[in-house]
Design a binder for this molecule. Structure first.
Ligand code: CAA
Length: 255
């Protein structure tokens, strides 16, 4: 049985973590299968947005502790998790995390590595690695510090405390909180809205926003200008502007 179920829903790729017996813990197989699915969809022009989901009760309970327990230092370097995070970061298609239940440790980091997070009111986030004698290794310290600020990130990482969806929303960690039964539908709805936008501009916009985490303001503004100029070179922007002037709906072709 596959540890990641993949499904295409119109222009949206839906990847569902499927290790219920281990609370969707991220085993080497999950890392490998998820990276393979994300890369395949990223190369498919029909897939315009990707949703990564778990189940009602758990998004993912973190990296697989049983797997990690048996690994030494050298072994960890060779773990599929080491290669997974840069592979995910290289995906140009927008990624939405659809979170219900626990998103802990690597599970929280998986959500943070997505471009947006939709959370059920039953979602709980946390970085409990400190309780195991380790620290987050999938980007948690860096992304939380950038997203929430140093003080809040420090508290979550040093205490391992879990926060509710509402607390996460107040901190700016999630885009929206849904009713318990609506988390997947609302995630897919958001994905479909993005999927209807001109795909080249969407990828350029994603790249531009992500540049804000990497560069100075001057460097980021300069990158944004270059990416804007690239968008100006697309057929879709000619169509978008012409459609506006002609008061009709644009037909974007991804060129
Ligand atoms: N890895 C491996 N197995 C896990 C797991 C994990 N992260 N989380 C849960 N499981 C397994 C349990 O071992 C248990 O297996 P058995 O039935 O074979 O005993 C099964 O899933 C059910 O677990 P619980 O009985 O604990 O389920 P629960 O519903 O009572 O609690 C939970 C759920 C709160 C998520 C709890 O399982 C838990 O706290 N899990 C660990 C969370 C954690 O510490 N995550 C951080 C991992 S380290 C990491 O992620 C490193 C990194 O950043 C790269």
């Amino acid at each position: 049985m596959s540890t990641v179920l993949t499904e295409i829903r119109g222009p949206v790729g839906l990847a569902t973590l499927n290790r219920p017996d281990a609370r969707n813990a991220l085993s080497p197989e999950v890392f490998k299968e998820l990276a393979t699915a994300l890369e395949a969809w990223d190369g498919d022009p029909e897939v315009r947005c990707i949703v990564i989901a778990g189940g009602d009760e758990w998004f993912a309970a973190g990296a697989d502790i049983r797997d990690m327990a048996s690994r030494g230092f050298q072994d960890m370097l060779d773990s599929p998790s080491t290669g997974f995070w840069p592979r995910m970061a290289a995906v140009r298609t927008p990624l939405i995390a659809a979170v219900s239940g626990y998103a802990l440790g690597g599970g929280c980091e998986l959500a943070l590595a997505c471009d947006m997070i939709v959370a059920s009111e039953r979602a709980e986030f946390g970085q409990p690695e400190i309780l195991l004698g380790i620290i987050p290794g999938g980007g948690g310290t860096q992304r939380l510090a950038r997203l929430l600020g140093k003080q809040r990130a420090m508290e979550l990482v040093l205490t391992g405390r879990r926060i509710t969806a509402l607390e996460a929303e107040a901190m700016g960690l999630v885009n929206r909180v849904t009713k318990a039964r609506d988390w997947l539908k609302e995630s897919l709805d958001l994905a479909e809205v993005i999927a209807r936008r001109p795909p080249l501009a969407v990828r350029l916009a994603k790249q531009a926003v992500l540049a804000a985490d990497e560069t100075t303001l001057a460097g980021g503004l300069s990158q944004e200008r270059r990416l804007f100029e690239l968008a100006m070179a697309t057929e879709d922007r000619v169509e978008g502007m012409q459609a506006f002037i002609e008061k009709r709906k644009p037909e974007f072709r991804g060129r």
